[in-house]
Design a protein around this ligand. Structure first.
Ligand code: DHB
Length: 368
């Protein structure tokens, strides 16, 4: 097949290292989307080129440069963590290559390049919902504990702002390093303060370690609730967290247990293709990102350059496994429902069961 008959997607993901579960989930979801929708679109053969950036931003940037210059990719996609997305954004701008952010979730990423389109979520969207829910449910005094980088700082800021506005009190805001965090001294401090709840953000893949130490230290028995964005009860790990996770309430845009026909079909197909894996919110960001790319390729009849593809990505509206979503044409950011969920056991498995919804949530980080 001649070069001009191929459409190349450069998918940069952390396939190894601390964020490897993000890469595994997104790669599996992208491949599922292609298996379900074919690899010939608008007369072009779609080629997926997967690169492992090990979640080191300098590596992400070098791989993106190679994909643009040597492979001549039509679209860049993936981006497991915020620093990787931010390191690549200037290259997307310079080369006019659409950059579909499927995982990273700091509000400011979409402002780092006009070529960024996001299909993941923002921490601000999720954190504000918890800042409304908690004080209405007997939680008045909170300590926050977040990973010390973009999404953690957003989670802390937007939760705190809303929680305090609603009459809550944040006694202490703790930040732990992104790489190799030791939660023990922080949790000890929380135990001493004894708030009604501990609000946590850690990136996908780190939730189980927090949960384990939270329970080992008897925080729950000391009357401290665990709350947070859904990253903490990550569906990739939740089922292995044990019954200690039961009852934990989080806010997020996706649960494996989301009760819709579209999600059921997605979860079943994903599980069939990947028997040992349950799709989490990263998988859905990747699946929906592939859809946005495919639909842009169709809309431009296979003839569009970067600017035409970008224009065709803006404003797309569809039903995702997460529920209804669209790409805001002005901000290029995702708009979707945020759900309140509680960990429950069903058929012997742990799930985030949705019990309330806030519809069509835009990124609060962009509200004027
Ligand atoms: C980011 C990474 C995650 O794994 C997550 O769950 C949320 C945000 C990020 O780096 O932006």
């Amino acid at each position: 097949i001649a070069q001009n008959n191929t459409f190349k997607i450069g998918l940069i993901l952390p396939m190894t290292g601390q964020q490897a579960s993000t890469g595994r989930q997104i790669e599996a979801a992208a491949k599922l989307y292609m298996a379900q929708n074919g690899d010939t679109v608008a007369g072009k053969k779609v080629e997926l080129i997967v690169k492992d950036d090990t979640s080191i931003p300098d590596v992400t940037k070098r791989l993106a440069q190679e994909l643009i210059v040597s492979d001549k990719v039509n679209v860049l996609a993936g981006f497991g963590i915020t620093p990787s997305a931010l390191a690549t954004a200037p290259l997307a701008t310079k080369s006019k290559t659409p950059m579909v952010v499927m995982a990273a979730a700091t509000s400011s990423i979409t402002q780092a390049s006009p070529y960024v389109v996001r299909t993941s979520f923002t921490l601000a969207q999720a954190a504000v919902a918890m800042g409304d829910w908690a004080p209405k449910n007997g939680i008045k005094k909170v300590v926050t504990l977040v990973s010390d980088y973009g999404p953690g700082i957003d989670a802390e800021k937007y939760f705190k702002e809303r929680f305090v506005f609603n009459g809550g009190q944040v006694s202490e805001s703790l930040r732990v390093p992104l790489r190799g965090p030791d939660f023990a001294p922080f949790l000890q401090k929380v135990r001493d303060i004894k708030p009604d709840a501990l609000f946590v953000f850690v990136p996908s893949g780190a939730g189980a370690a927090v949960m384990k130490q939270f329970l080992e230290r008897g925080m729950d028995k000391a009357g401290i609730k665990l709350i947070g964005t859904g990253d903490i009860t990550d569906d990739d790990q939740l089922n292995d967290m044990g019954d200690g996770a039961l009852g934990v309430v989080t806010s997020h845009h996706y649960s494996t247990a989301h009760p819709s026909a579209v999600n059921k079909k997605f979860v079943d197909a994903f599980a069939k293709a990947n028997p040992s894996l349950r799709p989490n919110f990263m998988a859905v960001g990747g699946y929906d990102g592939m859809r946005v790319i495919y639909e842009a390729l169709k809309a431009t009849k296979g003839q569009g350059g970067g600017d035409a593809l970008l224009a065709a990505m803006k404003g797309q509206i569809f039903e995702s496994p997460r529920g209804p979503m669209f790409i805001d044409a002005q901000t290029r950011d995702v708009v979707h429902n945020i759900y309140l969920r509680k960990v429950e056991k069903k058929d012997g498995q742990l799930y985030n069961v949705e019990f309330d919804v806030i519809k069509d949530v835009k990124d609060p980080g962009k509200a004027k």
